[in-house]
Design a protein around this ligand. Structure first.
Ligand code: DOR
Ligand code: ZN
Length: 350
């Protein structure tokens, strides 16, 4: 990384956790990611869920077709794990060459998760096959029991599901996605080999007060929900340490304004319009800008066994005004920091 007073140039990064939806929503959001990231791991929580290799290959084709002309971008695919996933699907996924994992949504945990896994034991045969083939399990780590406090659902998941799972399948490669808490940081730091985690910009930049700042703030609502300041500090601590088990996954999750500003608003924060710039703010705040490149452009690729990207992207420390909204089919999208400023912007290197 070359670093001057006002700009840094990075190897082109990867977003290892991204929602791009489908159809005209896909066309509205994909250019933001493709302008920054060389590759992204595409979440499979469409309706119906992307649960077979065949469905993932056709979704991948729709994503490639939605790219602006002349853009180079590679979608990495993951399959939605269900109670009925056939272990042979693991082999079909492996053979496809562009499917890198399976996504575990506990049924009912979040947006479009109703087809998810109701009991982890039901997918043991699939996990055993994944362990043999080296495909990665990406985990939405929250219990769904409504009696468990929403701020405790991640830590409860570690104790009751994730830790036992990691023991039962000692060679299964696992990404604990969008971690939000001290408990999750502790778990990953003390875990066996083959366990990593992704971090979102919102969990690095905001705590749960942001949900209620000046009134109810639906555009700050995502799952797992924002946590306490002490939790956020623990996340900043790991990015400052440069530990290769923690890497970039924005979890940018677009929902139209009407679906967010509703009596029962959807979970999801749209951040792809500034998917790298927001991390630059977080790393700068953590006093660790020199660690950004490895977090964004090396550790994720390394964990997945992919080559690091060849291109470069430049971040310049110049404020810009985030628009109040972006077009999103018949609706609009309210981006993170709408109507406010972001301290960094991107530039293609000359
Ligand atoms: O906030 C979230 N939004 N969390 C998720 O796990 C899913 C996502 C979405 O698809 O909207
Ligand atoms: Zn997600």
């Amino acid at each position: 990384m070359s670093s001057g007073s006002l700009s840094i140039t990075l190897r082109r990064p990867d977003d290892m956790h991204l929602h791009v939806r489908d159809g005209e929503s896909l066309r509205a959001v994909l250019p933001f990611t493709a302008a920054r990231f060389a590759r992204a791991l595409i979440m499979p929580n469409l309706k119906p869920a992307v649960s077979t290799a065949e469905q993932a290959l056709s979704y991948r084709r729709r994503i490639l077709d939605a790219l602006p002309a002349g853009t180079r971008f590679e979608p990495l695919m993951t399959l939605y794990l269900t109670d009925r996933t056939d272990p042979a699907e693991v082999d079909r996924a492996r053979a496809s060459g562009c499917i890198v994992g399976f996504k575990l949504y506990p049924a009912g945990a979040t947006t479009h998760s109703d087809a998810g896994v109701t009991d982890i034991r039901r997918v043991d045969a699939v996990l055993a096959r994944m362990q043999e083939t080296g495909l990665v399990l990406e985990v939405h780590g929250e219990v769904t029991d409504p009696r468990v406090d929403i701020f405790e659902r991640e830590s409860r998941f570690i104790d009751t599901v994730l830790a036992p799972l990691a023991e039962r399948f000692p060679r299964l490669r696992i990404v604990f996605e969008h971690i939000t808490s001290r408990a999750a940081v502790r778990f990953v730091l003390s875990a066996r080999e083959g366990i990593a985690a992704t971090l979102t910009p919102q969990h690095l930049l905001m705590n749960r007060n942001a949900l209620f700042a000046g009134g109810l703030r639906p555009h700050h609502y995502c799952l797992p929900v924002l946590k306490s300041e002490a939790d956020r500090e623990a996340l900043l601590g790991v990015i400052a340490s440069g530990d290769p088990r923690f890497f970039l996954g924005t979890d940018s999750a677009p929902h139209g304004r009407a679906a967010k500003e509703a009596a029962c608003g959807c979970a999801g924060i749209f951040s792809a319009h500034a998917g790298l710039e927001l991390y630059a703010e977080a790393f700068e705040a953590a006093g660790a800008l020199e660690r950004l490149e490895a977090f964004a452009s090396a550790y994720g690729a390394d964990f997945y066994g992919l080559p690091r990207n060849e291109g470069r992207i430049r971040l310049v420390k110049t404020d810009w005004d985030v628009p109040a909204s972006y077009p999103f089919g018949a609706d609009v999208l309210i981006p993170l920091r709408a109507g406010e400023r972001i301290a960094w912007r991107i530039e293609e290197p000359a």
